[in-house]
Design a binder for this molecule. Structure first.
Ligand code: CMC
Length: 428
């Protein structure tokens, strides 16, 4: 294959090198474009064709439905690894030895307290506040309790910042839910695994010994792994771009949480269950909703369907669908909404509109059904997505900072008014 691309403008041609990744993805390196052409830029709303960085963390092939973290297939990781192992893998690039994992977990436990004053901030929110807003605010507030910039040249400072976040985030997640339910807060236990401890902080009752069905912890662990990273999606790009201004880790992650909240991104898992419930209450007529999704005059979209990158299938959706069947059966939960979801999927996969546009169920289509079976309230679904995505955000932030990437700052093509004479207010 050629090693450069040629761009021709007004009879002049310019050469740009091609960059090829380890999986043979090719990009045109346009770093010199504005300089050599005298200011010409590229235009790509939604960055559908634009690579923002070179990254060694996650590989995704949307045509073939491949997702790998640091070279390991998502199917293997979901089946064989724990969420904490995957966290270590994403951040440091290798699966941990038992000793490395134990130390990592111990370091996290040491940092798992949050300042008592965080509770005052939590108290200030109305009960009606959406948990994602509360979580973003509390994560940002961690900056105030842990001031000081992280020196990226110090391995120790980088490590400490990441461990602090991994330790305190589950506390914020759990307390956010407790606030919504007006329940007393729980402080967790150092005797439990990372995910079990998260579950305890969310669900334990002060008056009762904490016990949990391992089926629940396994399902939660798997869901968190499946959400742990997804290369340069909206929230991850947000984390990287905020971090590129050298804002701190907590501030960058807080921005990522806000980006994730939207219904076209992580907020879709809540939107899916609300949509499925709506269909159920409307008599379960899936055909009616399929027609609405296809009607260009109707703003309704089939939530949990379609993906910017996956154009064949979303490998996470395959794993989650299987897991939904298993978990509901093991827990003895019957959910009519699962049948509605399966019906919608079947119809969509046979429908020209969806086939032509390569729209398949994404990670969010079945995840809410499992969350619900695990007793997690609907408004917490996107918070659980954030909990899972934290290792990916941290890994991407670390990679960006260690590479000393420049501040993220896209260009634009200005299409507004040209210079106008100022008019006095009486003449307007
Ligand atoms: N229902 C009906 N039509 C759809 C849907 C849908 N869910 N998704 C895309 N389309 C149509 C869209 O109307 C357009 O049609 P046309 O070419 O006739 O104008 C075509 O498919 C391409 O859609 P697009 O919006 O240009 O594609 P995109 O890559 O910009 O958007 C998406 C990707 C995920 C935002 C979109 O598919 C969507 O809104 N899906 C529903 C929300 C959702 O499930 N989001 C979760 C994404 S996965 C979790 C995550 O990582 O965030």
């Amino acid at each position: 294959m050629a090693d450069h691309a040629i761009l021709s403008i007004d009879g002049k041609s310019y050469e740009f090198p091609l960059v090829t990744g380890t999986e043979n993805e090719t990009a045109i390196d346009i770093a010199t474009l504005r300089g050599v052409t005298g200011g010409i830029t590229t235009l790509d709303p939604g960055y559908k064709n634009t690579g923002s960085c070179e990254s060694a963390i996650t590989f995704l092939n949307g045509e073939e439905g491949i997702l790998r973290y640091r070279g390991y297939a998502i199917e293997d990781l979901a089946e064989k690894a724990s969420f904490l192992e995957v966290t270590y893998l994403l951040i440091f690039g290798e699966l941990p030895t038992q000793q490395q994992l134990d130390k990592f977990h111990q370091d996290i436990k040491e940092e798992s307290h949050v300042d008592e004053d965080i509770k005052k901030i939590l108290d200030g929110f109305p009960k009606s506040a959406h948990p994602m807003g509360v979580l973003a605010s509390l994560t940002s507030a961690l900056t105030a309790f842990n001031p000081g910039a992280v020196n990226v040249d110090s391995e120790e400072e980088m490590y400490n910042a990441m461990v602090k976040l991994l330790a305190k985030f589950p506390v914020l997640v759990a307390w956010t839910m407790r606030k919504k339910k007006s329940q007393p807060l729980d402080y967790g236990s150092d005797n439990l695994g990372y995910v079990e401890n998260l579950h305890k902080m969310m669900f334990a009752r002060a008056s009762k010994d904490y016990e949990v069905d391992p089926v629940i912890i396994d399902a939660l662990d798997k869901l968190l792994i499946l959400h742990a990273d997804h290369e340069q999606n909206c929230s991850t790009s947000t984390v990287r771009i905020v971090g590129s201004s050298q804002a701190g880790l907590f501030a960058s992650i807080s921005a990522g949480i806000s980006a994730l909240w939207g219904p076209l991104h992580g907020g879709a898992n809540q939107a899916v269950i609300e949509m499925l419930e709506g269909i159920k209450q409307d008599g379960g007529d899936t055909k009616k909703y399929m027609a609405k999704a296809k009607d260009k005059e109707d703003p309704f979209r089939l939530m949990g369907f379609g993906h910017r990158v996956y154009k064949n299938f979303d490998p996470r959706a395959k794993i989650i669908k299987k897991s939904a069947d298993e978990v509901l059966e093991k827990l003895g939960v019957q959910d009519q909404v699962l049948d509605i979801a399966k019906g919608l999927e079947k119809e969509a996969l046979e429908d020209d509109y969806f086939v032509k546009r390569k729209l398949y169920p994404n990670v969010d289509f079945y995840s809410g059904i499992i969350y619900r079976a695990l007793g997690i309230p609907v408004e917490m679904f996107t918070v659980m997505f954030a909990m899972g995505r934290v290792p990916g955000w941290i890994a991407q932030w670390r990679e960006m900072r260690l590479k000393k990437e420049p501040i993220g700052r896209p260009r634009q093509v200005y299409v507004g008014e040209t210079l106008r004479a100022f008019k006095d207010i009486k003449q307007r």
